[in-house]
Unconditional design. Structure first.
Length: 208
């Protein structure tokens, strides 16, 4: 649970390895971490809760960040593993939403990201909707998933993870953006006539 996230200076007063995040993570292999999350998210209650969270307006990217943050806090895997597997979990949740035909956002728009106050208001509205769902005590819902999502939303740990994921996404996109220019340069080089084709090679000049 997110309540177990460490607070500054806590490691100085607690017994060593008293909390999950102070011990080696249970899963070090990214492939195994993916299996862990997909197994959990494929349960009927988790699917219903995930769809409800998305319909409430929470973007997939933020939901994934809360899932990864909670997994790190519970000692399931490290932050680095979470960053590696986030795109896979994102696509899995997106596929589930597409199959169910629900409306969803993949991430907050750039315009909303520029306005932190607006983003906070949006998160507050989403949090209220999720808290109302917990009060309804729907047996088809995974209350733990919704509760952990509510608690993790806007937390420093989730914000930091989401920022790191965005930086990783931007870094991966840069080579793709440069690729067309490289291909264009290669094409120009291929289109240039060779000295023998143009008749302007060193040997041809000597014969003029």
């Amino acid at each position: 649970m997110i309540e177990n996230i460490a607070i500054p200076g806590q490691s100085l007063t607690d017994e060593p390895k008293n909390f999950a995040w102070e011990r080696p993570p249970e899963i070090a292999d990214p492939n195994e971490a993916v299996k862990h999350h997909l197994k959990y998210l494929s349960t009927e209650d988790a699917v219903e809760s995930t769809l409800f969270v998305l319909e409430s307006g929470l973007p997939i990217s933020t939901l994934v960040s809360t899932l990864m943050t909670n997994a790190v806090g519970n000692g399931i895997h490290s932050i680095d593993v979470g960053l590696i597997i986030s795109p896979v979990i994102h696509e899995s949740i997106k596929a589930t939403a597409d199959e169910a035909g629900v409306n969803y956002k993949e991430k907050f728009s750039d315009e909303k990201q520029k306005s932190e106050a607006r983003k906070q208001r949006t998160n507050s509205l989403i949090r209220s909707a999720l808290e109302s769902a917990l009060e309804d005590d729907d047996p088809n819902m995974d209350e733990e998933l919704i509760e952990e999502t509510v608690e993790a939303m806007g937390s420093p740990e989730t914000e930091a993870f989401e920022a790191a994921a965005q930086q990783q996404e931007a870094a991966q996109a840069e080579p793709e953006a440069e690729l067309p220019m490289e291909e264009e340069e290669q094409q120009q080089t291929q289109d240039m006539p060779s000295p023998s084709q143009s008749g302007q090679g060193l040997m041809s000049r000597g014969g003029m």
